[in-house]
Design a protein around this ligand. Structure first.
Ligand SMILES: NC(=O)C1=CN([C@@H]2O[C@H](COP(=O)(O)OP(=O)(O)OC[C@H]3O[C@@H](n4cnc5c(N)ncnc54)[C@H](OP(=O)(O)O)[C@@H]3O)[C@@H](O)[C@H]2O)[C@@H](O)CC1
Ligand SMILES: [K+]
Length: 513
């Protein structure tokens, strides 16, 4: 697990390190410059011509210092300073003075074509507003050039908070970022502008991060070790009972995919509760699953309710929604789950659309939709909307959500015990004040049934004892990782949901490696 920061958390860490610990800003800057140089040297040739493009802030200072170090080692380097010198930060002023004392060449016009390596040190985490004028012209020229581009801390023009373009941004081949990953480098489109990202340690002490209360993290391969332990002395009862309430007349795929994924991720028992019509197909495709029909014709309504309640009591975790439809029947089932379930519930797909529809007809008496959900659903609930479903749920346009993914996640879960899994190219899992940004996965996963697989994986992890938040974060990571394996084996066009389930075999075997 690694933390990622936004601009304000990074500033808190900087300030604490400089002011409370006493490490001078220039020391940090020199270390940042050395780390930058070390990455550059590994990726260029001695004969290359290097142009360092610097802005007025400390990002520019890092760039000038890196240029000076390379110059000292005999590289062919020039500095292009853009901006007004009177506006420079104190450290940038010092770096410029040092560079001048050493008679580093300064380029005073933008002859970018004469250089084949560009160090982008125009803006870092201090970028606060859209870029225009001369700055935008230079960035355009950098992007049009054939040069290899190294961005210092973050590609200039990418918001460190959201990953969005502040009108235009440098397209880098490498980004050397200091101390911590930035939200903007993990989120789209920032990811695509950053190229290969190197997180460099420049000596921020641990205590600086602790006092900043870092609250956003991501997983890497070693986090697969978080998978629940399996004991040699155990039986199927030790690994939980997943009840998948899913599917409708003639719609069995979603229920099948969810249930199979739950089994493949280690759940002890999985029961599919679906329409009687799906009995034959589910029992043929997945004979390991128990079966229960929610529309048994021989039952009267009381008998049916009794059986539904006993199924809810049987389960240690419930999935409701995949392929369930939005009929009266589906509403009835959802209503019972919401009111009677005493175990964790994952609300997915049609269940989320039905919840949104209910809220449309309710008089919420000034209560926000997020607060209504918090009050109405059991604390032990996970909601897994993709952005369109989330938009219907909280009545915020998709474009606003996608422009403010992290802020939306904070709003949803800050005053709530619910866990939100906001599914997108970078899925965000949010629970109270913590957020997880998922970095596994690829566009090949944008295929029917992919979400049903995810739901089954999360359910299995909850069934095996993980908390809802942990299970959601790890479930999303595993799902994406399986997508990466499937893409490697089958290709982005060809792969489909069943391939994700098959790829789980390889992913789960990575635990302990
Ligand atoms: N502090 C530390 O300890 C360490 C910091 N480090 C480095 O410092 C970087 C952060 O430095 P920073 O805070 O000085 O901000 P930075 O990104 O250089 O840009 C701010 C400048 O840009 C300007 N500006 C902003 N938007 C603009 C626009 N649209 N168009 C035009 N101008 C615009 C803004 O001007 P103003 O808003 O004042 O008009 C200001 O002059 C960080 O990313 C890392 O690389 C490392 O050395 C490690 C130690
Ligand atoms: K930069």
């Amino acid at each position: 697990m690694k933390y990622a920061v936004d601009a304000s958390k990074m500033k808190q860490i900087d300030e604490f390190t400089i002011e409370k610990i006493g490490i001078p800003a220039m020391v940090l800057m020199e270390r940042a410059a050395y780390e930058t140089v070390s990455v550059i040297k590994r990726n260029i040739k001695r004969t290359d011509r290097i142009l360092v493009v610097c802005g007025t802030g400390n990002n520019g200072g890092d760039g000038v210092a890196a240029g000076r170090i390379l110059y000292g080692e005999g590289y062919d380097v020039a500095i292009l300073f853009i901006g007004e010198e009177t506006k420079c930060s104190p450290q940038m002023k010092e770096q410029l003075a040092i560079a001048r004392n050493l008679e580093l060449p300064f380029e005073n016009c933008n002859k970018l074509h004469a250089y084949n390596i560009i160090i982008d040190a125009i803006f870092g985490v201090g970028l606060t507003r859209p870029i225009s004028g001369y700055y935008a012209d230079i960035i355009e020229q950098i992007n049009a050039s054939q040069s290899k581009v190294f961005s210092v801390d973050i590609p200039s023009g990418i918001s460190a908070d959201s990953g969005k373009l502040m009108s235009i941004a440098v397209k880098a081949d490498y980004t050397i970022t200091f101390g911590y990953q930035k939200h903007g480098l993990l989120l789209y489109p920032g990811v695509e502008y950053a190229g290969k990202i190197i997180v460099a340690d420049i000596g921020f002490p641990k205590i600086a991060a602790e006092q900043a209360n870092l609250d956003t993290f991501y997983y890497e391969k070693e986090d697969l070790n978080r998978l629940p332990l399996r004991k040699s002395y155990s039986n199927k009862g030790s690994y939980g009972r997943v009840l998948v309430i899913a599917g409708s007349k003639g719609v069995s795929g979603a229920a099948y995919l969810s249930a199979k994924s739950a089994y493949r991720c280690g759940a002890g028992l999985v029961k599919v509760m679906t329409s009687e019509e799906n009995r034959a197909i589910i029992q043929t495709l997945l004979p390991e699953a128990l079966f229960s029909a929610y529309d048994e014709v021989t039952e009267d309504s009381e008998g049916r309710l009794r059986r539904l309640l006993s199924e809810l009591d049987w389960a240690s975790v419930i999935v409701v929604g995949p392929g369930l439809g939005q009929t009266k029947e589906a509403e009835y089932l959802l209503d019972i789950v919401m009111n009677k379930a005493k175990v964790p519930v994952i609300y997915d797909a049609d269940a989320i659309t039905l919840l949104a529809g209910w809220m449309d007809y309710q008089k919420l008496a000034g209560q926000s939709r997020i607060d209504y959900l918090t009050e109405r659903l059991q604390e032990q609930s996970v909601l897994t909307p993709h952005l369109k479903e989330l938009s219907r749920l909280i009545r915020v346009p998709v474009s606003d959500i996608s422009d403010n993914l992290i802020d939306t996640a904070i709003q949803c879960s800050y005053n709530s015990k619910l866990t939100y899994v906001m599914k997108d190219a970078r899925t965000i899992v949010s629970h109270q004040h913590q957020r997880y940004i998922n970095v596994s996965g690829n566009h090949g996963m944008a295929t029917g049934g992919s979400g049903d697989v995810l739901t089954g994986i999360i359910a299995a992890l909850i069934a095996q004892g993980m908390t809802l938040f942990e299970a959601s974060c790890l479930g999303v990571y595993i799902h994406g990782y399986a997508g990466d394996v499937a893409a490697q084996e089958k290709g982005h066009y060809f792969m489909m949901a069943e391939d994700l389930i098959n790829a789980l075999e390889k992913v789960l075997q990575l635990k302990g490696q």
